[in-house]
Ligand binder design. Structure first.
Ligand code: ADP
Length: 401
């Protein structure tokens, strides 16, 4: 059974075609700079690689390019689209209306349209990607897999902001949390590694990428997470500020004469590691600058490590302890220095890293356990696989297995 996973963003469309029997990726690709100059498509099926530079005017055009490549005689991996059993779409914000994976139909699309108000930057391209797929594959069942869904188990005390309750009711302003598919995947793996029983487990999952979020997972369910109403909240990120004193926002807007939409973009694109270091949003470049003696790069790095430590402390308190800490995503999986510094001076919590294992993670067999044998808290590095979760959910929704 082949399942196609589609991730439509504001100017990009990513896809992966899974063979569900082996859970192997048959083909994957990316259309970039949709609707702007510099259009670019990359596609790969096994060893066969294709790349072209050509403007891609719309998401509809990108979906046509995607299906053309999947069925291409030379670079494709299937003969016809009928071989695709279902399509799963990654949805960043489901709001209070979409709280689990659902089939694409009039009802779910209407609920998704309601999310336009909450998260226009993500929802608009999602709708375009879905429309594009429905146009080229009208008879293939499609499913929405919601990034906010795994966070739905948070109790009100964790998801409510201290604002007038009427505004929560009127505008659905609350903590939603993001990267849910990743937190779900890595916490599930971690539970498997710890014996397979969710009950009684207390796990802190650190998804550290360009966007970063940290979650507290108790008994296999989320009880709190660092991202909030939008993916801006929480720890310092590549170019996002994370949590700041809210009074700073109108202060800067007034002083710098910035309009609300421009401020939104500024907080997403000009802050974080980039804003503090002045170097880049990419952690590798910040690290290189720091190692070359750049003090602001070092400051950005220190803020990141300190932020992660604070969340680990807070979530340990929230769960009356912690049994495992998981590092995942670009930084979490690859940056041994961040992992070492986050886990340093955590004896109070019972965290003790094995320095050699931490440095040699790539060579470790799974499960990649990097804590010392006498550490009370297990520390794992787990490679996230959001696309596989989307494909599996899609299969479950459509075929019930
Ligand atoms: P996204 O949130 O876009 O999915 P990723 O999970 O791919 O992002 O993470 C991207 C981040 O991971 C970047 O900051 C990148 O510098 C960082 N990263 C990737 N590889 C390494 C590495 N070897 N060492 C340090 N950071 C890395």
């Amino acid at each position: 059974m082949y399942i196609l996973v589609v991730n439509a963003g504001s100017s990009s469309l990513k896809y992966q075609l899974f063979d569900m029997e082996s859970e192997r990726v048959m083909a994957k690709g990316l259309c970039e700079c949709i609707g702007i100059d510099g259009g670019h498509m990359k596609h790969q099926a096994g060893e066969k690689k294709f790349e072209k530079f050509e403007n891609i005017p719309t998401h509809a055009e990108a979906t046509k390019m995607m299906v053309a490549m999947l069925t291409d005689k030379e670079y494709g991996c299937i003969d016809s689209l009928e071989q695709i059993s279902a399509v799963g779409h990654r949805i960043v914000q489901g709001g209070p209306w979409l709280v689990q994976s659902v089939p694409v139909n009039e009802d779910s699309l209407e609920k998704l349209r309601r999310c336009l108000d909450l998260a226009p930057l993500h929802t608009k391209p999602h709708l375009l990607g879905i429309e594009g797929c429905l146009a080229v594959m009208p008879d293939i069942p499609q499913v929405l897999v919601i990034d906010t869904a795994f966070h739905q188990t948070m109790p009100p005390k964790a998801y409510m902001y201290p604002i007038p309750y009427e505004l929560y009711e009127k505008y659905a302003i609350r903590r939603y949390g993001f990267h849910g598919t990743s937190h779900r995947y890595v916490s599930g793996k971690c539970i498997e590694y710890m014996g397979g029983k969710a009950e009684g487990t207390r796990i802190i999952t650190c998804h550290l990428g360009n966007g970063s979020s940290i979650s507290a997972v108790k008994d296999g369910k989320i009880i709190d997470t660092s991202m909030g109403f939008t993916p801006l909240d929480g720890i310092i990120m590549g170019s996002r500020c994370g949590a700041v004193d809210p009074a700073i926002v109108p202060f800067i807007m007034e002083k710098e004469n910035i309009a609300p939409s421009a401020m939104q973009s500024w907080m997403n694109k000009k802050c974080g590691l980039l804003g503090v270091s002045g170097v880049d949003s990419d952690m590798r470049k910040v690290m290189a600058a720091m190692n070359a003696g750049n003090e602001r790069a070092k400051l950005a790095y220190d803020i990141l490590v300190y932020d992660i430590k604070k969340y680990i402390g807070a979530y340990s308190a929230a769960m009356n302890g912690v049994d495992a800490i998981v590092f995942t995503a670009g930084i979490g999986e690859n940056d041994e220095t961040v992992r070492a510094d986050v886990c340093a001076d955590m004896e109070y919590l019972g965290v003790k890293l094995d320095a050699e294992k931490n440095a040699a993670v790539r060579k470790l067999p799974e499960p990649k356990l990097i804590s010392a044998p006498d550490s009370k808290v297990r520390v794992y590095v787990i490679e996230t696989n959001e696309e596989l979760v989307i494909a599996s959910d899609t299969r479950k929704i459509v075929f019930g297995d």
